[in-house]
Each structure stands twice: as structure tokens, then as C-alpha cells.
Design a protein around this ligand. Structure first.
Ligand code: AHR
Length: 345
């Protein structure tokens, strides 16, 4: 074996697809490989971290976690960019990082379809990729072939858990406004699938035991882009069009907090005449649960520094890595919010 540590599984994948595995010393010879480019054992690494934005507490916590582990604790170089919530900017950021020749990319793709070709481009440049937090379209770029793996939460499960909680909290009767995350983001698509399917009586393609929730109706569903102020504005508009609303499902806490402000401004009583559920588990959401305004929040951990590093080192050491490294999340409601208050992000 060269100084690269390539697992037997990966060499077999390479050989089977290209007929000739061609790793010459440091150099990956191009996109004919059916496996991601290898990563040498070294004392320190340069990592490309193309962040989608730093516009909410979740994003700031994710950036801080990556910086803390890779720069502060390990003393490695993290090339960090901030796309400011603009997919075109994230694509340009990736190009500029490729030009700086990092050893590996570890980053969250803002949109699933738009970022998939960028993953192929990074691979063609001979740089391995680990996707964190959000995934890309597998019909274009495949984990285990085009990128090492996806490290992240089960967003479909999160949406289902939110629906299940709302079902119980409302006795199965709710007129729901759904505030979606960024259009095209896997976090938004999957959280919608999990929630909407549970209400329709299916989950991950399987009919649920007790069928559709006939008393639960999604009366409107619109993107608030995972942002508090956008969530608030969208809620104001939807509230005017749908005063009959009795529940809100927001794809993240920030939009739920925006919705709470919109409801209060309209003279409604969040937590009393409108039941809210959301996702992330940020500190402000725990405060809102304790205040009785938000019912529950499904956790979505932003702390990707440690798990990214662990996954990267497994790859360096040639260990087998599943196509999806699933992050386990908790659930917060009035029974445990005080225990975690101020300890999140
Ligand atoms: O991809 C995860 C989502 O992105 C978080 O729920 C949200 O707050 C963030 O912007």
C-alpha cells in the first residue's frame, strides 16, 4: 500500500469500476474512480469549510463547532467561507477553495440539487468530500463513490416526531400552518416529507398503523427560509389569509419564534389558542417552551466539529464508513426544557 491508507473495500470499488486503480503517490488521477479520492496520513490538514450562512444561532453554533475542533483544538487550517444564504455564492466559494488546494472539503450544501455538481467538481480536483448537516441529490452525486459520506440528522424522522407530538397535543384536531425551511435544502424537503406523510397516514413509504389523521389539515405551507424575520413576515401574511389556524409547524425554531411574534401582534395567544412545534432545540426555543408559548422542539444538533473529525480520521485510516453517519437527536418539551435551558446554543 502507498502512504495512503485506502481500505480494501475502497480499492475493490475503484478496481471494479475503472479496471485499473491508479493512485500514484500523492496524486489522484481523475474522475474515472468509483471511490472518493484518498486522503494521506499527515500531522495536520487544511479543510475547506464552505458555510451556507451565519444568519441564525444554529449556523453560528455549527461554524463555532468546526472552528473549535479543527483550528483551536487541533491547530489545523480551516478555510472558511460564508455564502450569506446565497447558493450562487456558495458555489463560487467552493471554486475559490478548490484553487487553494485543501486536503479535504467538509461542508453543508445549501441546496440539494444545485450543490450536487459542485461535489463532482471537487472530486474531479482530487479532493475528498464529507458532507455535513445537509445532503445532495443522490441521482447526481453518490455517497461512498463521489463523496465519502453524509454526516447528519434524520430530517424525515424529525418531521414525523413533530407531527406525532402535535397530533397528541391537539387531540388529532388542528388547522396547521407549515413554515418551511430554505427551498431545495434537504433539511426542508425531508422535514416536510416526515411531517406531511405522518398526517397523511404513511411514514417512509409505509402506511402507519392507525392511518391518516383526518382531523389534521395543513391549510398553508410556505418557506420562511429558516430565518426569524422572514418566518414572522410569512406568518403575518398567512395569518391574515387563514385566521382559522390552530397550529404551527415550523421547520426550525427561529421561524417558530418569528411566528410567535406575529401571533401576539395579531392578538392571538401562542401556546393557548395556537399550538406550535418546531425543530433545532436552540436556547431561545427552550425559553419559549418554559414560557408556555412553544409546545416542543425536536433537536437537530449543529455540533459537527467532533463527528466530522472522527469520520475524517476513519477515512484516513482506511476504516469502512457507512454512506450515512446518522446524528442522534433529542426531544425537548415542557417535561425537560428547564434541564437544558441555557445549555444549548
Ligand atoms: O440544515 C439544518 C437547518 O439549517 C437548521 O435547522 C436551521 O436552523 C439551519 O439554518
Amino acid at each position: 500500500m502507498s502512504h495512503y491508507q485506502i481500505s480494501r473495500r475502497r480499492l475493490l470499488q475503484v478496481g471494479a469500476a475503472s479496471g485499473a486503480a491508479m493512485v500514484f503517490g500523492r496524486y489522484y488521477t481523475g474522475p474515472a474512480f468509483a471511490a472518493p479520492p484518498p486522503l494521506a496520513q499527515k500531522d495536520s490538514y487544511t479543510i475547506g469549510f464552505a458555510q451556507t450562512d451565519n444568519l441564525n444561532p444554529w449556523r453560528l453554533a455549527e461554524t463555532a463547532s468546526m472552528t473549535d475542533v479543527f483550528e483551536t483544538q487541533l491547530g489545523w487550517k480551516l478555510i472558511t467561507t460564508d455564502a450569506g444564504g446565497d447558493t450562487a455564492k456558495q458555489l463560487a466559494d467552493i471554486d475559490s477553495i478548490i484553487a487553494q488546494k485543501p486536503d479535504i472539503f467538509i461542508f453543508p450544501p445549501r441546496e440539494s440539487e444545485a450543490l450536487a455538481p459542485a461535489v463532482l467538481k471537487i472530486k474531479a480536483a482530487g479532493i475528498p468530500v464529507i458532507l455535513i448537516d445537509r445532503d445532495v441529490d443522490h441521482s447526481v452525486a453518490k455517497p461512498g463513490e463521489d463523496y465519502v459520506t453524509f454526516v447528519g440528522s434524520d430530517f424525515v424522522q424529525q418531521g414525523m416526531q413533530a407531527a406525532q407530538w402535535l397530533d397528541k397535543a391537539t387531540g388529532g384536531n388542528a388547522k396547521i400552518i407549515e413554515l418551511e425551511g430554505t427551498t431545495g435544502a434537504s433539511a426542508a424537503t425531508d422535514r416536510k416529507t416526515g411531517f406531511d406523510d405522518y398526517i397523511a397516514g404513511t411514514f417512509k413509504g409505509t402506511p402507519t398503523a392507525d392511518g391518516a389523521r383526518s382531523g389534521m389539515e395543513i391549510i398553508a405551507s410556505q418557506s420562511g427560509d429558516f430565518l426569524r424575520d422572514t418566518g414572522q413576515k410569512v406568518m403575518e401574511t398567512l395569518l391574515t389569509a387563514h385566521p382559522e389556524v390552530t397550529a404551527v409547524y415550523a421547520h426550525n425554531d427561529e421561524m417558530a419564534i418569528g411566528a410567535i411574534a406575529a401571533l401576539k401582534a395579531a392578538g392571538r395567544k401562542p401556546g393557548q389558542d395556537v399550538t406550535l412545534v418546531s425543530i433545532d432545540g436552540e436556547n431561545a426555543a427552550l425559553d419559549a417552551i418554559i414560557a408556555g408559548e412553544l409546545g416542543a422542539s425536536v433537536e437537530s444538533s449543529p455540533f459537527f466539529g467532533p463527528v466530522s473529525h472522527e469520520t475524517m480520521m476513519k477515512y484516513v485510516n482506511g476504516e469502512d464508513i457507512p454512506d450515512w453517519v446518522v446524528v442522534q437527536d433529542r426531544f425537548f418539551d415542557s417535561s425537560n426544557a428547564k434541564e437544558f435551558q441555557g445549555k444549548q446554543f
